[in-house]
Ligand binder design. Structure first.
Ligand code: ADP
Ligand code: MG
Length: 292
């Protein structure tokens, strides 16, 4: 088996995945995703550093760095072409696209009756202000954001006005979500296949509990309700593996995010399970690899 790991750089996650795949007798290569070269007609269809990507049995997408619209669309369409050529891509391109868009994810979750915060997504300043007035206390998120970066909680109309005015200058979409009171932690479940293989409670003094924002990860065992929500959300978005963020509210859980490129360095500190191995083994089982 020959597996490629696509990422912007060879960081810790790539290293542990390479080791986990090598342990199962695979050839595993790090492939810098910003070096894609596609040919028309396709021979090779897509290459990185001279490596023909259609010669890989599977490609694991570890990061897709921020970029221009052209860069992102090109990377995603190259992955679609590779998938059409028979390369197994994990997570698959469509779920990657759908989950990167917080609007699409929220809308899909709600459409299947999964609890998720009320949200207005708009292009116009006036509609964003109206959404603020409707909810009173909101979280404004970058549509394609991650790691809790660039999110602001706003409960003052003047502040909302200034922020929305500033966001019009960057031609941003307004993703305005009701603030959900939830105490000093949230929950992250890591779904691989049809199981929550590990979960953590992320605690911090603020309202935003990303580990990359300083929240402390703690070992946690999800109850049946939270587990079911994680599995439903992952199945709905079609991810092979995903990090699901939940808030616990007085009225039950609510799903705030489905992350199809989740990091797990914080979660790994809370669990004995070797997460990279679990992801690698899931991919190999999908490929029918038996030597594992
Ligand atoms: N509507 C909300 N109300 C209260 N807290 C929220 C809300 N949305 C997100 N948070 C907090 O902020 C964190 C980051 O939000 P999330 O939507 O997961 O964005 P990111 O992609 O940046 O992780 C969540 O894990 C949660 O702790
Ligand atoms: Mg999140």
């Amino acid at each position: 088996m020959k597996i490629g790991i696509l990422a912007d750089r060879k960081g810790w996650h790539v290293e542990v995945l390479l080791k986990a795949l090598a342990r199962r007798g695979c050839q595993a290569d790090f492939l810098p995703i910003t070096r894609l070269v596609a040919r028309v007609p396709g021979d090779p269809l897509v290459a990185i550093n001279g490596q023909r990507l259609e010669s890989y049995d599977a490609l694991l997408i570890r990061t897709i760095p921020e970029g221009s619209l052209e860069q992102i669309v090109f990377r995603m369409n190259a992955l679609h072409r590779l998938e059409a050529a028979g390369v197994r891509i994990m997570n698959r391109p469509s779920p990657l696209e759908q989950t990167v868009d917080k609007y699409y994810t929220s809308s899909l979750l709600a459409s299947r009756g999964l609890p998720t915060p009320r949200t207005v997504v708009a292009e116009g300043f006036d509609e964003a202000m109206a959404a603020f007035q409707e909810f009173g206390d909101v979280v404004v998120k970058p549509l394609f954001g991650a790691g809790g970066r660039g999110m602001v909680r706003v409960s003052d109309a003047d502040v909302a006005y200034r922020i929305f005015r500033a966001l019009t200058l960057t031609r941003s979409i307004f993703y305005v979500q009701e603030f959900v009171p939830h105490g000093d932690y949230d929950l992250r479940g890591l779904v691989i296949g049809d199981q929550v293989v590990a979960a953590m409670r992320r605690r911090s003094d603020g309202w935003r509990h990303n580990v990359s924002q300083g929240a402390r990860p703690e070992a946690y065992v999800m109850d049946n309700e939270a587990t079911a929500l994680c599995l439903q959300a992952s199945a709905l978005l079609g991810t092979d593996y995903a990090g699901i963020d939940l808030l616990r509210t007085p009225h039950g859980y609510t799903v705030v995010e489905v992350n199809s490129i989740p990091g797990w360095s914080g979660l790994q500190r809370t669990t004995e399970i070797e997460i990279a191995q679990a992801i690698a083994d899931h991919l190999l089982s999908q490929l029918g690899h038996r030597s594992a």
